[in-house]
Design a protein around this ligand. Structure first.
Ligand code: GTR
Length: 393
């Protein structure tokens, strides 16, 4: 009996969180929420207009996320070049052209190369809208192209999208010991050791920006119609990327949970301490200050969609993915969409409470769905999200 319950515990709780406080999955134990007001500046000024938002409040919130949560995402470099190589067979040669692109970036006499795999519908010339997926799955490293369930290239091409993906390992390895062995030590070594320095999420976001540099100059791409997609850890990354880079028209974070869509102060499922312990290379070192002290965070994730507004933001959850806190993810977009509606005048009010949701909510520039099942980016997620894209791109 004891053995069975031990086994069960190790299935339900990721192993290295077991030494910490067990995760809370009980709604009645969620603390009362005291969330910072997006519409009051640090000096107490009420924020009503686009100008007040963009000149005063947005920069304050951006700096807080940069210093306390994600760390810096440096924008400077000296040289960038693109080289199309041919290393793999095109698995979709009937319907798409494939470009395997090496993007080489130079700074301070050093350079680093990342790879994107890029499919364009054929025989049409375009220009096409484009969807970039940030991939991290270990079994689909760069160059090995696609897992069709996670990245449904065929369906995207058939619907008239060009689509690209890069793997995070070509930028900054997803590993606490080796994450600096990519662009961080090569291009931005001065960031190492800073409490708000560049970490893995910033590095992956930087790579999404370099992919956009390529897409933007591509004659067959309409980069004004661009969509950035990430799942889970790369959903968190996608949100921070779009907060830094206004070139993305739509940003989609699937099941991005703690440090992404979900409110940290709810302490439901994965907590700041749990994520910082298992993944110390993801967030700025300053984020460690909030381990077990979510109430002292001077922000929460409901402020993140506002950094992307008035561009579109989409979240989704899976019912069984309680570790990512589906209700906290919904609240993140429900509260976060207030910038789109109250500052930018979009029809972006989520009227239903989480418990009342019956189907996807697709509003002007913001949307959300929850599906049955476990943590994953599935075709069902893509299919519902694409309905939103068709309305909002
Ligand atoms: C989990 C982690 C989450 C999420 C997820 C993923 O183990 O706790 O924050 O990022 O991994 O990326 O698959």
């Amino acid at each position: 009996m004891k053995l069975i319950s031990l086994l069960l515990a190790s299935i339900l709780i990721p192993l290295n969180t077991m030494s910490q406080t067990p995760p809370n999955y009980n709604e009645s134990k969620v603390p009362a929420l005291h969330l910072p007001d997006p519409f009051v500046s640090e000096k107490g000024k009420l924020i009503h207009t686009v100008e007040d938002w963009e000149k005063t409040r947005r920069p304050e919130i951006f700096r807080l996320f940069e210093s306390e949560v994600y760390g810096q995402l440096p924008k400077d470099f000296e040289a960038i070049s693109f080289e199309v190589v041919k290393e793999n067979a095109n698995p979709f040669s009937q319907i798409a052209d494939l470009e395997e692109v090496n993007i080489t970036v130079g700074r301070n006499g050093k350079s680093h190369t990342i790879r994107i795999n890029f499919f364009l519908p054929k025989p049409q010339k375009g220009p096409f809208p484009v969807i970039l997926l940030i991939n991290y799955l270990p079994n689909y490293p760069d160059g090995k192209l696609v897992d069709e369930a996670f990245w449904p290239v065929r369906e995207l091409i058939q619907r008239g999208f060009a689509t690209a993906s890069f793997h995070v390992e070509t930028v900054a390895p997803d590993d606490a010991k080796t994450y600096q062995n990519g662009i961080i030590s090569t291009l931005y070594p001065e960031q190492i050791g800073k409490s708000d320095g560049l970490k893995a999420f910033g590095a992956w976001g930087w790579a999404a920006m370099r992919a956009m540099d390529y897409l933007e100059q591509h004659p067959r791409i309409d980069s004004k119609k661009s969509v950035l997609v990430g799942h889970s850890r790369t959903g968190k990354t996608a949100l921070w990327t779009s907060a830094n880079d206004p070139r993305w028209a739509i940003t989609y974070a699937n099941e991005s949970g703690c440090g992404g869509a979900a409110l940290s102060k709810r302490k439901f499922g994965e907590t700041i301490e749990a994520i910082n312990t298992r993944f110390p290379h993801w967030f700025a070192d300053n984020f460690l200050k909030y381990n077990g002290k979510e109430e002292s965070l001077p922000l929460d994730q409901h402020l993140l969609p506002g950094l992307i507004a008035p561009r579109a933001v989409y979240y989704s959850s899976a019912r069984e993915d309680r570790w990512a806190d589906p209700k906290g993810e919904y609240l993140g977009i429900q509260l976060g969409s207030r910038i789109a509606s109250e500052i930018y005048g979009k029809k972006a009010v989520f009227e239903k409470e989480f418990e009342e949701l019956e189907g996807p909510v697709h509003l002007e520039s913001v949307g959300y769905h929850i599906r049955e099942g476990a943590h994953d980016l599935t075709w069902e997620d893509w299919r519902i999200f694409l309905e939103f894209v068709e309305k909002n791109l």
